[in-house]
Design a protein around this ligand. Structure first.
Ligand SMILES: [Fe+2]
Length: 373
């Protein structure tokens, strides 16, 4: 039996191919759609009507869609969207349901390879979730490090294999709160060391602490470890050959990283102050053409997701603030909603435990909310 499904990867390919014979119909309710959606999709909010079994109203709404296009229905997890697609087909439409819905959309990556003298930075852009992970690769030796891997660890393994790169170690810049780390799982699978600052994690699993390491090498490529607290107490940045700064959630393109997750209100104000001190100390030590690679993005359409420091200073107002109180006010005055399930996600990341992939994907549903504004 034909299942009338389309995978999130195929949907992405259709969007990128710029063919226009399809329409993405997102059936979630208006508030869910407004919070997080696929660019170019249309909202036909019938999810509740489906749960209520109100088929007259459902048909009325669905048949407003154009009949000359393939309709791809989307919901949160790809269940009710199958009902919508089936009703559309009964009404004579060509309709498919996107597998796993927005949860599945989170599995999509775009990959960019950025060429530097002596090394490459490969940026993995998780387009739905707004998470960025990296491979740093030394050109002469093909030795590589994997930074901030997501739970879809095959993405990195496949890339390494296809490009004859040899992974030496894995690093997380901090314990993430909005997505699960694939670091420990990948380290176990590839038999590699996993590095994180020990003050970021519970010491209940096997890892190497970044705290007292000044430099890690990949052949002639040198990665300086910089302590850059603020977003979290143990956040680290990686400065590759004094040229490319992988800064975790310190400097996102839209704003510095939020200092409030897993902190009380008073601790958040203190965290914003630490963020200010870190930024004021770090920026003068960097050249204006230093390329900044954050670990997340929210709204920016810049691809790959990177700017030079001088460009970032123009984009991100708080970087030019010299008054600490003004900075703290700015950062703490309109912090976005907390990411769903962040306490659970952080707890597992701190314990170095990987939960089953499907459950992890469920908990990760939603947009990225790591920027302070
Ligand atoms: Fe983070």
């Amino acid at each position: 039996m034909e299942n009338f499904l389309i995978s999130p990867k195929e949907v992405k390919e259709r969007i990128y191919s710029a063919e226009n014979g399809y329409l993405l119909a997102d059936i979630r309710e208006e508030n869910e759609f407004a919070d997080w959606n696929i660019k170019g999709s249309t909202n036909i909010p019938i999810n509740t009507l489906i749960s209520e079994g109100n088929y007259t109203a459902i048909r009325e709404k669905l048949t407003t869609l154009p009949k000359d296009k393939l309709i791809i229905t989307i919901c949160a997890r790809g269940i009710n969207s199958q009902v919508a697609a089936s009703i559309l087909r009964e009404e004579g439409y060509d309709a498919l349901s996107m597998e796993k819905g927005m949860k599945g959309w989170n599995e999509n990556f775009d990959i960019y390879k950025i060429d530097f003298e002596g090394f490459y930075i490969v940026q993995f852009v998780r387009i739905g979730k707004g998470c960025l992970s990296y491979i740093i690769c030394d050109k002469a030796t093909s030795k590589a490090a994997i930074i901030e891997p997501a739970v879809f660890i095959d993405e990195y393994e496949d890339y390494l294999r296809a490009n004859s790169m040899h992974a030496e170690y894995i690093i997380d810049t901090h314990a993430h709160a909005d997505h699960f780390s694939g670091g420990m799982e990948l380290a176990k699978k590839l038999n590699l060391p996993y590095y994180v600052n020990d003050i970021e994690v519970d010491k209940v699993f096997s890892f190497k602490s970044l705290k007292d390491i000044e430099v890690l090498s990949l052949g002639e490529t040198k990665i300086k470890l910089l302590s850059t607290p603020g977003h979290t107490d143990g956040s680290m940045s990686l400065f590759v050959n004094d040229t490319a700064l992988l800064c975790g959630d310190l400097l996102l393109l839209e704003s510095p990283g939020r200092p409030d997750l897993a902190r009380t209100k008073n601790e958040t104000v203190k965290g914003a102050g630490i963020l200010f001190d870190t930024i004021r100390k770090l920026l003068p030590s960097l050249k204006d053409d230093t390329r900044i690679f954050p670990s997340h993005f929210t709204k920016t359409l810049i691809r790959p997701v990177t700017l030079t420091l001088s460009e970032l200073k123009t984009e991100s107002k708080p970087l030019t603030m010299t008054d600490k109180d003004e900075f703290i006010d700015y950062i703490t005055s309109s912090i976005p909603m907390t990411p769903p399930n962040y306490e659970t996600i952080k707890k597992f990341n701190k314990a170095g435990v990987m939960i089953p992939l499907d459950y992890a994907e469920d908990l990760e549903i939603g947009p990225n909310r790591c920027a302070a504004r």
